[in-house]
Design a protein around this ligand. Structure first.
Ligand SMILES: [Zn+2]
Length: 241
């Protein structure tokens, strides 16, 4: 069982309602009014269902509530029926949030926010840098899929940021990561933690300023863009002001 309950008689033809008319999962935009009404129930019931009609602040709350469960070792997403989730999302996805994170193996984004199939649109690249292909992917998540939150997630002990600070020769094309991270190192100096935070903030700003799609969605109140840091030792995600 996943997500929506408690809206008897509400049917939108989305295929996400059971035969009693209760909304169980994923609804099309045509059912948006009923979905908004169910929003509070989603948030209070546990992990947010994939749902692009959440208000941006509610999407952020769902993420931070999920992180709290992760920190406390009370993951709910693992209890969900994955076969139902897969079936419901086979033809369509409506992730409520997009995340740009580092490729680091210690940053399992869905776990960190206690979310499951179809809920997060995750783009990962070493150093969580906003290159054109990355921005294009995030634009898809926002403009086409309807994500209401865009989070750039840096993390403690990021090897990509540390390597940029060190500036040593590296094999192959690894050095291509340096240039996008260098402005943060230049601003924050050799302090790794400060450079990691500066990098997350700067990549979020770069995305907001360089993408008319994302800037437009934010201006219309459909999207919130935030930078955050994940502490790999404690599991805590902190928003960066
Ligand atoms: Zn990293």
């Amino acid at each position: 069982m996943h997500g929506f309950t408690g809206n008897p008689g509400v049917a939108c033809g989305c295929g996400g309602c059971d035969d009693q008319g209760r909304r169980r999962f994923l609804c099309s935009a045509l059912g948006g009014v009923a979905v908004v009404a169910a929003g509070a129930a989603i948030l209070s019931a546990g992990p947010a269902s994939a749902q692009s009609t959440l208000a941006p602040d509610d999407a952020l709350k769902a993420m931070m509530d999920g992180n709290r469960r992760f920190i406390d070792g009370r993951l709910q997403s693992l209890n969900e029926d994955l076969s139902i989730l897969k079936a419901k999302t086979a033809e369509k996805q409506e992730p409520f949030a997009a995340v740009l994170s580092c490729a680091d193996s210690r940053v399992p984004v869905e776990f960190v926010f206690d979310q499951s199939i179809g809920q997060l649109f995750v783009v990962r690249v070493a150093g969580n840098i906003a290159t054109p292909e990355i921005i294009a992917s995030l634009e898809y998540g926002v403009a086409v899929l309807g994500a209401r939150l865009l989070m750039v997630l840096g993390h403690s002990n990021c090897g990509a940021v540390k390597a940029t600070i060190d500036g040593k020769a590296v094999p192959g094309q690894i050095g291509a990561l340096y240039a996008p991270i260098w402005p943060a190192v230049n601003a924050a100096g050799n302090d790794l933690g400060a450079a990691i935070d500066a990098n997350a903030r700067m990549q979020a700003t770069l995305i907001s300023r360089s993408s008319t799609v994302i800037a437009g969605a934010a201006k219309e109140g459909k999207l919130k863009v935030v930078a955050a840091r994940y502490d790999i030792a404690s599991g805590v995600v902190s928003l960066l002001g």
